[in-house]
Design a protein around this ligand. Structure first.
Ligand code: KOT
Length: 829
């Protein structure tokens, strides 16, 4: 009876001794217990890594408690839930972030120091979780932090890749890729749920069966793989709420290859089982270009199928009518990668739950929303129909039916405009027929989001023009943001303390708008003094890292100028390098007197190139060749240094960003959907040198154009400049530095030829030549500002003060209110 159950629960709770305690002594006991019983080392003899393991397990225990409370609270109160579907999450490290969000940082620091350890040193033992490529994936991670902190009832779903993004190793200036063995040393931040598994099916045929006199098409799959859940707790800051990021791993199903067992081919069937695991084996490293690969499509469907089975099961436990689905569930598609979900939910509702097509479609459209991170049409994902039809035959039929209905509806609205109909069709006709995933996502979602104002405006006028004209009310933008917990509190403790001191509160950690309060102190010399010290400390950390990494000693008085992001032609790292060559060339031609007025620079570049992206790899090599020349030129000394930081990732970013004076965001206007790196630099008091692209336009609105260094063609000018072709005027200096590369001044003359060709007059698609003059002027303006420290510090303070709008808390709140229609649900203490 009820009384019996309550008595049992009470006894359990007493046995557990209540919740885990967080005073330093209790923490020490817990850590030592984990040393002894989890890590299985003697408590009298364990090293830093083992201490990190034990420490993490003690944090994990605390996360689990809150995770349980949060989920039983959601279960009881049944709020509408958001499911955030993404094939990529760049979580980085978890230890510091967890301890800070749990609010027990000081207790842990004290507990450890009494044991003879330093928290920061142990935190360095952790490797990154790098289950993603770049901006899109780190955005997912920031957004999970905000969802948890703002108490939204949400789940994240993703894939547990055995190997995350490759490790970048530089040999002789060339990039080499090595596998990321991130799970080899165990992962205390995940909880394996061996009993939360689903079967995912592939291949096979579609057959027509008789269902109570009605003909129905059903899928008879040919292969089954099992999905196992791994749960990763996501703690909110200043709340008990702890969300779940559920990642799926593939393992062989016990149904796998039953036939082979029956025919007695035991060995081969065991060997074949391995194939199942390959599905979640490795993350595709091609930041945006993986088209027509069967394994990639398998990953997508594996992810979609497992997630939707889990979501529908949970919905059915609490509700008994699918009409309620749109009131209880929001499904968000992070780019088109999970958009097979639309076909899958139709298959579930129609084939398995036997809802009528129209009713099912009405539900689907209300449940889904979609964010695109791409600007240009060529960047959109397509799947060859043949590939899809063989792997997922029933889904292909469903997609055709969705498209047929859409085309009929469209004809009624726009008439027989066949050009427009064919542009908007989900099926692309041609030599190879393709499914256009973006068209599917737009048709099947009630809201389509861009990631900055400029991004949406561009989409409306170009890539999604037809759809915008059809459904203007569907299109919204939510300017991206980043979490100040990770990008200030975790990564820049000195700045964090300084901000809290001058604002007189830590409330900005949950409400970044309060950062505007720093404007009140912008002229206070004491504040300036402390601000300068903080930057100095962070530059010192960075300088030590640079020396350890590359052997290059850098001066702390130099301006630290940073460009870190994936290497892409449109991001124009090549422009940066040509600018550095120009600076070097100028220095060489200067007399001693003039040199004394020069602002010393340390140029820092970092980022990975997709393994098959030849031009991007050449940019990396050029950076090393130029660095070798400059850094070994005794005549130049501290006036100019160039360093490439290898293996740029989240934890390297945490070190580099706080130490930067200037950061560069050079995309040709109209190519960067938003850009989020700039926001992290802004929050850390680093000045921006940037084009008016993506969210930079909104950063200017917030901090004023006087507080950054803007350059380059505006979006409206880009098309016209391109049309000029070989009649386009480029500055002489540009031709000169390009010639230096071409002539072999930095060696590897043959190798760099094709790179130089990409910016030759008439072929310079990204307009490096056209923007070079204005780029040099912006650089000169930065030099000029740097020698007036008062002015520079003021700009720096105003950057941080204006960064509140670029918190992912603001982004998530907008999504919650305008797209997902979810409300906070705070788990009581
Ligand atoms: C990857 C594959 C396909 C399509 C788009 C991408 C993609 C886009 N990956 N990263 N992005 C970036 O996403 C960020 C977050 O929205 C943006 O700030 C950035 O501009 C995109 O390039």
């Amino acid at each position: 009876g009820v009384g019996e159950r309550r008595a049992k629960a009470e006894r359990m709770f007493t046995l557990m001794d209540g919740f885990l305690k967080n005073d330093p002594l209790s923490l020490q006991k817990d850590i030592l217990n984990h040393v002894e019983y989890t890590v299985a080392r003697s408590r009298f003899n364990f090293d830093d890594f083992e201490a990190y393991q034990a420490l993490s397990h003690s944090v994990r225990d605390r996360l689990i408690e809150r995770w349980h409370d949060t989920h039983s609270y959601f279960k009881r109160t049944k709020p509408k839930r958001l499911y955030f579907l993404s094939l990529e999450f760049l979580m980085g490290r978890s230890l510091s972030n967890s301890v800070i969000n749990l609010g027990i940082q000081d207790q842990y620091a004290e507990a450890l120091s009494q044991l003879g350890f330093e928290f920061e040193v142990l935190a360095e033992q952790e490797g990154d979780a790098a289950l993603g490529n770049g901006g899109l994936a780190r955005l997912s991670a920031c957004q999970m932090d905000s969802l948890a902190t703002l108490d939204y009832p949400a789940w994240g779903y993703g894939l547990r890749y055995e190997y995350g993004l490759f490790r970048q190793v530089i040999v002789d200036g060339f990039q080499h890729e090595q596998p990321d063995y991130w799970l080899n040393f165990g992962n205390p931040w995940e909880i394996e749920r061996i009993h939360v598994t689903y079967e995912v099916k592939f291949y096979g045929t579609v057959e027509e069966v008789d269902m109570n006199g009605e003909k129905q098409r059903v899928w008879v799959p040919g292969e089954t793989v099992e999905a196992v859940a791994y749960d990763n707790p996501i703690p909110g800051y200043g709340t008990r709420n702890t969300l779940n990021l559920r990642l799926w791993a593939a393992k062989p199903s016990n149904k796998f290859d039953l036939e082979a067992y029956n025919t007695g081919d035991y060995i081969n069937s065991v060997v074949n089982r391995q194939r199942a695991e390959t599905i979640s084996n490795v993350l595709y490293p091609d930041d945006r270009n993986h088209q027509g690969k069967e394994l990639r499509l398998k990953q997508q469907y594996f992810f979609v199928s497992a997630s939707l089975q889990d979501i529908i099961r949970r919905f059915k436990e609490a509700h008994n009518n699918f009409d309620e689905l749109p009131d209880k569930v929001a499904l968000h598609l992070n780019d088109t990668h999970p958009s097979l979900s639309i076909a899958e939910i139709m298959r579930i509702l129609v084939d398995e739950e036997h809802l009528g097509w129209n009713k099912a479609w009405d539900i689907a459209c209300k449940v889904f929303s979609f964010t695109t991170h791409t600007v240009v049409a060529e960047g959109l994902e397509k799947i060859p129909v043949d590939l899809l039809g063989s792997l997922l035959p029933r889904h292909l039929e469903i997609l055709y039916e969705i498209n047929f209905n859409f085309m009929e509806e469209l004809k009624k609205k726009i008439g027989l405009d066949y050009n427009r109909l064919s542009r908007m069709s989900i099926v692309e006709e041609g030599a190879v027929k393709n499914i256009r995933m973006a068209n599917l996502a737009i048709v099947g979602s009630h809201i389509v989001n861009g990631v900055s104002k400029l991004h949406l405006d561009t989409l409306k006028m170009t890539t999604f023009k037809d759809f915008y004209e059809l459904w203007p009310e569907k299109f919204q933008f939510k300017t991206n943001g980043v979490t100040q917990r990770r990008w200030i509190v975790v990564s820049n403790p000195s700045l964090c303390a300084l901000i809290s001191k001058w604002l007189g509160t830590e409330a900005w950690i949950r409400n970044a708008d309060l950062l505007t309060g720093l404007r009140d102190h912008v002229d206070n010399p004491n504040f300036h003094q402390e601000w300068k010290m903080v930057k100095r400390i962070n530059k010192m950390r960075l300088a030590e890292y640079i020396e350890a990494m590359s052997g290059v000693k850098v001066s702390l008085d130099a301006m630290f100028d940073v460009q870190v992001k994936r290497i892409h032609e449109y991001k124009r790292q090549f422009l940066n390098i040509l600018g550095i060559i120009h600076r070097y060339d100028c220095l060489k031609n200067m007399d001693k007197n003039d040199r004394r007025k020069v602002v010393p620079r340390v140029c820092i570049i970092g980022g990975k190139a997709a393994p098959g992206y030849e031009i991007a790899k050449k940019i990396i090599k050029l950076c090393h060749s130029v660095a070798e020349k400059i850094n070994n030129d005794a005549d130049i000394g501290d006036l100019l240094k160039l360093v490439f930081i290898p293996d740029y990732n989240v934890s390297v970013a945490e070190l580099v960003i706080p130490g930067a004076d200037l950061s560069q965001h050079l995309s040709t206007a109209g190519h960067e959907a938003s850009g989020t790196g700039s926001m992290k630099f802004l929050m850390n008091g680093c000045l921006l040198l940037a084009t008016a692209d993506g969210s930079t336009v909104e950063i200017i609105e917030e901090i004023g154009s006087d507080n950054l260094f803007l350059f380059g063609a505006k979006v409206q000018e880009v098309a016209e400049l391109r049309e000029k072709g070989s009649t386009l005027k480029v500055p002489l200096q540009f031709a000169r530095v390009l010639r230096m590369v071409r002539d072999g001044y930095f060696g590897y003359k043959e190798y760099f030829k094709s790179l130089c060709d990409t910016v030759e007059i008439g072929k310079d698609f990204y307009l490096l030549g056209a923007d070079f003059g204005s780029y040099l002027e912006a650089q000169a303006a930065a030099d000029k500002a740097f020698v007036e420290p008062e002015k520079w510090i003021k700009m720096s303070i105003l950057s941080v003060a204006g960064s509140g709008r670029f918190s992912s808390d603001r982004t998530i709140q907008e999504y919650a209110e305008r797209t997902w229609k979810i409300v906070p649900s705070r788990c009581p203490l």
